[in-house]
Structures are given as C-alpha cells and as structure tokens.
Design a protein around this ligand. Structure first.
Ligand code: SF4
Length: 153
C-alpha cells in the first residue's frame, strides 16, 4: 500500500549504503510494520551480513544492487524515510534524519523545506492520523533527528 510519494531521487538511495542496514539487530531504525502490512509481509527479518560481525541488513535488501526487492510493497516506515515519526513528551512529530546523504546536501533548500511542510500537512490529515493512531509502534524515540513539526491529534 503506497501512502507516501518518494521525494528523494532514486540515484541517491541506490548510491547510499545507509538505509536498510543496521549496526544492531534491535536498532530503532529497523522499520516497524503497520497492522495492515502484517498479513502481506508477516515480519521484517534482520540478517547478519556474511563475514561481518557488526553489520545487519533487512532480508528484502538485495545487497548486490542495493535495491529493495519488495519496493512497491515496502512498509510505510520505509516509504517515509528519511522522515520519521518521533515520539517525545507524549506528542508525535515529523522529523528528518540528517544522516541521509540527500538531506545533507539539499536539506537547507527551499524546495526541501516546502516538501517537508507538504508532508507534515498530509500526515495531519484525518486518514493518516488514523493510521498512526492505530499503529503506535511506528512512533519511536529516534536519536539525533531534526524536528519538522507536530502531528496534532
Ligand atoms: S523493506 Fe525494503 S526499503 Fe524497507 S528496510 Fe527492507 S530493503 Fe529497505
């Protein structure tokens, strides 16, 4: 179920070895499934990279091409990234991960700010708020993210 339009150009994502890889098998950055995604995807298994002791990756990542093998059906959490839903002080915020290469290069531009505001507006619509309300597991305490604005319930 595609809910979020991808705002980051594909070439950035394919050149980056950040997304879909994790330093720990319990990382906060591992996508959480929406209730409605569970019947389709069941669960996201995290696998230790062969010959590595500290790098894990999502079972759906093709590590040779760096592409998601279920791109059209990837979870809402993955569609949203480099944006995340940050839980803080019993509130929910849209935030962005400054580690994303695209955000590092273009995060300060007016176009990016306009896109971020549009996304915040969309997440504040009744449909999206209902999905977030039903799925508190997608709201997490992400470290070192930049807050865009609040999702008001
Ligand atoms: S489902 Fe796809 S986009 Fe999401 S973490 Fe796994 S490989 Fe990456």
């Amino acid at each position: 179920m595609e809910l979020i339009i991808q705002g980051i150009p594909e070439e950035f994502c394919l050149a980056c070895k950040g997304c879909c890889r994790f330093s720990q098998p319990q990382s906060v950055w591992i996508p959480r499934l929406l209730q409605e995604e569970v019947p389709v995807l069941q669960k996201i298994n995290i696998i230790l990279l062969p010959n590595q002791t500290t790098e894990y990756y999502c079972e759906f990542l093709d590590t040779t091409t760096n592409q998601c093998r279920i791109y059209k059906q990837r979870p809402f959490d993955c569609q949203l990234y480099p944006f995340v839903l940050l839980g803080k002080d019993n509130k929910v915020f849209l935030a962005v991960d400054p580690q994303c290469l695209f955000v590092q290069q273009f995060g300060g531009r007016l176009e990016f700010e306009a896109f971020s505001r549009q996304l915040l507006h969309y997440l504040n619509t009744r449909l999206l708020k209902e999905i977030i309300r039903r799925n508190p597991q997608v709201v997490q305490d992400y470290p070192n993210v930049k807050v865009i604005g609040e999702i008001i319930f």
